[in-house]
Design a protein around this ligand. Structure first.
Ligand code: S3P
Length: 437
């Protein structure tokens, strides 16, 4: 599916932020382990959480969905070896977190995925999971992956070579499911939704002091059921609406119920440093996660050097940050972001190819990109390839706001993996995004 996004005068209105993808997937997994009757509100009904849900049902969970309401049902039978392959579609989070859960449960199964997921590196989870006691076979570190069984050891300690919340969560889930203690040391702070969720259900997690920075310990695996869990809005989806509102003229948009966990909201800090007019209102705690409403107005941005330490915190937002940088005064420099090469696509390449089409001056490096912003309207005379990557597709559709005429983006179907209402929400605020043959 190809989409075209037309020049936009202004964006105005109030919308509800769609549910968080990372948290929707985690609550399905941890909720299934809890084995209780539980209702999930605010669930993200998109392809990635749905493939995680289907995989869990294959191994014996009992999860049903009715629009945005999901019900986890208590079952009398334990988890089981599935009859079919577990197909995680496009979802890196689903595949890596489930590999941890399955290792912890000692389940035998085959994990598969779509073309993009089948190219993504899995040794980052396979290697530590083998060390903790799982028997795993893979296609040279890629999907398909088979789990043969496991004997998970207690008090495993793992120093992560890369900053990855998926690796951290996979190991925490392996320990939780096998009722073992674990200690993980991360090189830089990554999203902490798994830890917060385990704590929300009464599990005992502790964090290293200043001498043991980055250490996360699961001390007690006991978690207790609750009958309701409410999922906060997804900051990564809100990021598209925030940048769209900032770069369009005469705009004022209120985004309600946005997750503002500080391991996720780095883009907010970056945009404020760039001069964006953003106000946080009605801050509160929901399911042990910070949420708030965000009021965004049109702003004149200036380029900045993005601090390297914040990169894991903004990793999914770098494509849309690149669009903000394209309309900022001066140069924005993003470095130490080589992880972008192994996301749903090689995102540094995808951003650079798209910026070439927009004729935005930039320089791409192995681990980053420098972008020189323009105050002119952009002119795009040939379609931009999204490389089947939802975040690349949505980012370049947003750039259409500041175009002389329009921006066309190819292969946008994958927007369904994370933000199925993207087009509807953006058009309701004043954008004009249409299908294009
Ligand atoms: C995610 C972690 C990040 C992020 C991904 C979702 C998660 O990946 O890019 O979209 O839900 O844990 P890494 O852990 O590989 O950095």
């Amino acid at each position: 599916m190809n989409l075209i996004s037309h020049k936009t005068k202004s964006l105005n209105g109030k919308i509800n932020c769609p549910g968080d993808k990372s948290i929707s997937q985690r609550i399905l997994i941890i909720g299934s382990l809890l084995n209780c009757d539980m209702q999930l509100d605010g669930f993200l009904n998109a392809e990635d959480p749905i493939s995680t849900m289907e995989a869990l049902n294959e191994i014996g969970a009992s999860i049903s969905i009715n629009q945005d309401y999901v019900f986890l049902n208590k079952r009398d039978v334990p988890f089981k070896n599935p009859k079919n392959d577990l197909n995680l579609g496009n979802s890196g989070t689903g595949s890596r977190l489930l590999l941890g859960l399955i290792s912890g449960l000692g389940i035998r199964c085959n994990l598969t995925g779509d073309e993009s997921l089948s190219k993504r590196p899995m040794n980052r989870v396979i290697n530590p999971l083998k060390k903790i006691g799982s028997v795993i076979k893979s296609n040279d570190g890629k999907l398909p992956i088979s789990t043969i069984g496991s004997n998970i050891i207690n008090n495993f300690e793992y120093k992560m070579p890369i900053a990855s919340a998926q690796v951290k969560s996979s190991l925490l889930l392996a320990a939780l499911a096998s009722k073992k203690q674990i200690r993980i040391i991360e090189p830089k702070t990554t999203r902490d939704h798994t830890e917060r969720m385990i704590e929300f259900f009464g599990g005992d997690i502790s964090y290293g002091d200043s001498l043991n920075k980055g250490t996360i310990s699961l001390n007690d695996y006991k978690i207790s059921p609750k009958n309701l869990y409410t999922i906060p809005g997804d900051f990564s989806s809100a990021a598209f609406i925030i940048v769209a509102s900032v770069i369009s003229k005469n705009s004022e948009v209120l985004i309600k119920n946005v997750g503002l966990n500080k391991t996720r909201n780095g883009l907010l800090k970056i945009l404020l440093l760039m001069g964006a007019d953003i106000k946080i209102k009605n801050e509160r705690l929901l399911s042990n996660e910070e949420v708030a409403d965000i009021l965004v107005k049109s702003s004149d941005l200036k380029g900045i050097d993005v601090p390297e330490d914040i990169i894991p915190n903004i990793i999914d937002e770098i494509p849309i940050l690149s669009i903000a940088a394209s309309f900022a005064k001066g140069e924005t420099r993003i470095t130490n972001a080589a992880e972008l090469r192994v996301k749903e696509s090689d995102r540094l390449m995808g951003i650079s190819e798209g910026l070439n089409k927009l004729k935005v001056l930039h320089k791409i490096f192995e681990d980053g990109i420098f972008i020189k912003g323009t105050s002119e309207e952009i002119y795009c005379d040939s379609p931009i390839d999204s490389y089947n990557d939802h975040r690349i597709a949505m980012s370049f559709l947003i750039s259409g706001i500041r175009s002389k005429n329009s921006v066309s983006v190819l292969n946008c179907k994958n927007i369904e993996t994370s933000f199925p209402n993207f087009r509807h929400i953006m058009n309701s605020l004043g954008m004009k995004i249409d299908e294009k043959n």
